[in-house]
Write a protein that binds this ligand. Structure first.
Ligand SMILES: [Zn+2]
Length: 372
């Protein structure tokens, strides 16, 4: 009697908690779940499918993606997925890794376990000393990064944060209740690449950047992995603030194992604020207005991250368009598209050059950025 009753009870609990039940489908030895389960779990409407595309349109929360692509848009912020979106027997599947490492901390940052309230920000100016970083005709990365860091430091301190600044090679003390933000600018091989991107540490078992294949180092455990959920929540807050303030092309939130974000025990991200050797990006990066915008983005992102974790909002840019229930965590970046097809959210200088860049991109494949 007892032997039967307990499994029955467990079964009943399982079906009454049905939103938590996931249908797990193995693809190439990796656990995946259908997008229907994702929308049900987050109490969103059923996904609509159109050929290779799916879209989940909730109240102030939306998600879209495409079979075969390694990216997903959550409220129009682009995330580079750990693994591509798959299809099996008519089901569109997302890897369980991406659900736990991207979607969950982005959708419900206030549920991140043991996340410390933020009081201290460690700002890292990329490169330094003999290492100039990326070079453009209007300047060098190490100087631009340091200038942005000093502007951000001033803003953060005015808003009550304690700030420490470092250079990438410095050994720094692990402060409590702190986050780490590394400021960089990019460089591409042909000079044609433009836009901003944000790197969070690739979780254990996930290939970094655009690599599809595993290497031994992908399986190593690093100190930063203890902060996987915070890392992606911090990346979300900072990246969306950068898009709003700096208005450059969105290259997405990506994964990498850069040493500065790999070996730290506090949440950390690496920001790439445009391409030194792109004609438009380079001109903007040299201007104080753009550097101020970058600094404001850091303040806004840090504040958004802090409020997202605490489940309350204590900082809201007037320009921020956010209609999600948890506004501070999932900002809505619905792009307004002009008559020429160029998003009007982009910087004016970028809008002017956008058509030209498009033409160039059509002529040759988009150049791969260096890890600068
Ligand atoms: Zn760099």
């Amino acid at each position: 009697m007892f032997r039967l009753a307990i499994p029955l009870l467990v079964f009943l609990l399982a079906i009454t908690n049905s939103p938590a039940a996931w249908q797990v489908i193995m693809v190439e030895g990796r656990r995946h779940v259908p997008v229907e389960d994702v929308s049900r779990f987050y109490q969103l409407p059923k996904p609509t499918k159109n050929g290779r595309f799916f879209e989940i349109l909730g109240k102030g929360r939306k998600m879209r993606g495409e079979i075969g692509k390694r990216e997903i848009f959550i409220n129009n912020v682009k995330y580079v997925l750990c693994f591509p979106i798959r299809e099996r027997n008519g089901s569109i599947l997302i890897s369980a890794m991406d659900v736990t490492k991207i979607i969950e901390p982005v959708m419900r940052p206030s549920l991140i376990k043991n996340a410390a309230p933020i009081r201290t920000v460690i700002l890292d100016a990329g490169h330094g000393g003999h290492d100039s970083g990326a070079k453009g005709s209007r300047g060098i990365e190490k100087e631009a990064a340091l200038d942005v860091v000093l502007r951000a430091k001033r803003l953060l301190e005015q808003n009550g944060y304690t700030v420490h600044t470092t250079r990438s090679r410095d050994v720094f003390i692990q402060f409590p209740n702190a986050i780490f933000v590394s400021v960089h600018f990019n460089k591409s091989l042909g000079g044609g690449a433009s836009g901003i991107e944000t790197f969070a540490l690739a979780p254990r078992g996930v290939p970094s950047m655009d690599e599809e294949n595993f290497s031994y180092s992908d399986l190593k455990q690093h100190p930063g992995h203890a902060r996987d959920p915070e890392n992606i929540a911090l990346a979300t807050a900072l990246h969306s603030s950068m898009l709003r303030q700096m208005r450059l092309y969105d290259r997405g939130i990506k994964r990498a194992r850069f040493v500065v974000i790999r070996d730290i025990k506090i949440p950390g991200v690496l920001l790439e604020g445009g391409f030194m050797n792109h004609p438009v990006d380079g001109r903007l990066i040299a201007s104080s207005q753009f550097r101020d915008a970058f600094a404001r983005a850091i303040l806004e992102g840090v504040s958004r991250y802090r409020s997202a974790l605490s489940g309350r909002r204590d900082y809201q840019e007037p320009s921020a368009v956010a209609s999600a229930t948890d506004k501070s965590s999932v900002p809505d970046l619905t792009p307004a598209v002009s008559a020429t097809g160029v998003p009007s959210s982009l910087n004016e200088a970028v809008q002017r050059a956008a058509e030209e860049i498009k033409k160039k991109a059509a002529e040759k494949p988009s150049p791969t950025p260096n890890a600068n």
